[in-house]
Design a protein. Structure first.
Length: 215
């Protein structure tokens, strides 16, 4: 959460922002699949849900794995149950579902004989990286959504630049879906944290001014 998110959070129903542009990018393509694992991490689960819903409506056997820090942050559990053959919840602290990582569940499911035609992963960059490292070992095609690196979503800022298969791509116009085995996650993670100090300073200054105005 930063300054812009806090500002958006002050809006009420009926309020306006100046402009909204979209959608950009390309529609998701699943191909001819029969069994798919859809993995959502944290807020990425909100994006994983429509993917799972679409696949389920196509008659695909869908296993959903959703990971959260704790039980209070779990979202869309009931909705995901309706669009999946099996739903697996993980939490970092074990307060709900299985304690551990989404990759722990995925590895167990694969080793138990689940032959996935495709894995879809949407969430924090580090989560998607390790999902891809795991699926690479088993030769399972993996699609990742690079929404986490998108900033303005208009194709103007260049903030969502990343390297895919050795070539420069932009998540908001070329993606957001990419072959996860071709994404340079280490570079993306470094770029995502480049302005962390400045972002924190901006947020702290905004909060300080808010406290003064409410004093």
């Amino acid at each position: 959460m930063g300054k812009t998110t806090r500002l958006l959070g002050t809006l009420n129903a009926g309020d306006e922002i100046l402009d909204f542009v979209g959608p950009l990018g390309n529609a998701s393509e699943f191909g001819n699949v029969r069994k798919v694992a859809v993995i959502g991490g944290g807020l990425g689960t909100a994006i994983a849900y429509p993917q799972a819903k679409k696949l389920h409506s196509m008659g695909v056997d869908v296993d959903v794995i959703a990971g959260f820090r704790n039980k209070d942050l779990i979202i869309l559990e009931d909705e995901l149950k309706k669009v999946s053959s099996n739903l697996y919840i993980t939490t970092d602290d074990g307060s709900n579902g299985r304690k551990g990582l989404v990759t722990d569940v995925l590895k167990q499911l694969i080793e138990n004989g689940n032959n996935y035609d495709l894995v879809i992963a949407i969430g924090p960059l580090i989560m998607m990286k390790f999902v891809c490292e795991l699926t690479r070992k088993y030769g399972i095609k993996t699609i990742v959504s690079m929404n986490p690196v998108m900033i303005d979503g208009t194709g103007m800022c260049g903030g969502c630049r990343l390297t895919v298969g050795g070539e420069t791509r932009f998540a908001c116009v070329d993606g957001p879906d990419f072959d996860g085995h071709l994404v340079d996650f280490d570079e993306a993670i470094r770029r995502q944290s480049m302005y962390r100090k400045e972002e924190r300073q901006c947020d702290e200054e905004y909060c300080r001014l808010e406290r003064l105005s409410n004093a």
